[in-house]
Design a protein around this ligand. Structure first.
Ligand SMILES: [Zn+2]
Length: 237
C-alpha cells in the first residue's frame, strides 16, 4: 500500500477533541439508526432535546443541520424536524449524480439475489405482503403506479431476510422512484411491460430460488433493453 507523503499535507491541523455538536450528532444519529426515531416521524422539539442532552440551542441546531445535510433529517420551518432516512446512504446516493442506467445496473446487481434469498427464506407473512403489493400495483392508477411498483420490490427485498442487503436496497429506493417517474414520462412506456412480477412471486411461493432469480433478472433485462432503445437518440455514447 502506498501512502501520501507527510510533505504533501503540510496544512492539516492537529486533531482536536471531539466537538460538542459532533457528540450531539452521534447521539441523535444513534436514535435514528437504531429505529427509535422511525423514518417519517417528527423528532422531539428543541427545548426537550436541549434539556435531555444538556446542550445550548446553538449546539443542537448545528447538529441538526449536519444531520439534515447528511440526508437523515429534514428541518421544516414552523413544522418541526422529521426523520428522512435511517442512514447517510440515501443522501449520499441522491448527491452522487447517478444516471438512470447506473440505477438500473445497481438493481441488476441486487434484485436477482434478493429474489433468490426470498425464495429460500420467505415466511407466509412475506408472501402475503408481496401478493398484497402486487394486487395494489395491478389496481393502481397511473399516478399511484410508481409508488405501488416500488412497494412490490421492497416487499421482495424484505422477504430476503438479510439486513445488510435490505439496508443497501432500500437506500436505493428514492433513486428507483425517480428513475421510474422519468421513465413513465417517456414515450412508449407501458406500465405492464415487462411482465414477470407475478412470476417472481410464484417462484418465491413454490420455493424455487433459481426461477425467482431468473425472473427478477428477466424483468430488469427487458427494462434495460427498453431504456437503451427509448433513450438511444439522446445518448450517443
Ligand atoms: Zn417493478
Amino acid at each position: 500500500m502506498t501512502h501520501v507523503s507527510p510533505e504533501a499535507v503540510p496544512s492539516l491541523d492537529p486533531v482536536q477533541r471531539t466537538s460538542l455538536s459532533d457528540q450531539v450528532v452521534e447521539r441523535l444519529r444513534t436514535e435514528i439508526s437504531e429505529g427509535r426515531w422511525p423514518v417519517g416521524q417528527r423528532i422531539p422539539p428543541e427545548p426537550e432535546l436541549m434539556a435531555s442532552l444538556g446542550v445550548a440551542r446553538g449546539t443542537l441546531r448545528e447538529a441538526l443541520r449536519a444531520l439534515q445535510y447528511s440526508g437523515m433529517l429534514e428541518i421544516r420551518r414552523g413544522d418541526g424536524t422529521f426523520v428522512r432516512a435511517r442512514s447517510e446512504v440515501p443522501g449520499a446516493l441522491a448527491r452522487s449524480g447517478a444516471s438512470l442506467r447506473d440505477v438500473l445496473e445497481a438493481r441488476r446487481a441486487l434484485e436477482p439475489q434478493l429474489a433468490r434469498l426470498a425464495a429460500e427464506r420467505a415466511t407466509p407473512e412475506d408472501t402475503d405482503r408481496i401478493a398484497g403489493a402486487l394486487a395494489a400495483r395491478a389496481a393502481a392508477s397511473d399516478a399511484e403506479w410508481v409508488e405501488s411498483d416500488v412497494a412490490v420490490h421492497e416487499a421482495i427485498a424484505r422477504a430476503a431476510h438479510n439486513p445488510i442487503l435490505f439496508e443497501v436496497y432500500t437506500a436505493l429506493l428514492p433513486r428507483l422512484h425517480e428513475s421510474m417517474r422519468s421513465a413513465q414520462q417517456r414515450e412508449g412506456f407501458c406500465r405492464d411491460e415487462p411482465r414477470g412480477h407475478d412470476d417472481v412471486l410464484a417462484a418465491i411461493a413454490r420455493r424455487d430460488p433459481d426461477a425467482a432469480a431468473a425472473s427478477a433478472e428477466e424483468n430488469l433485462a427487458a427494462t434495460a433493453v427498453w431504456d437503451a432503445e427509448s433513450s438511444a437518440p439522446h445518448t450517443a455514447e
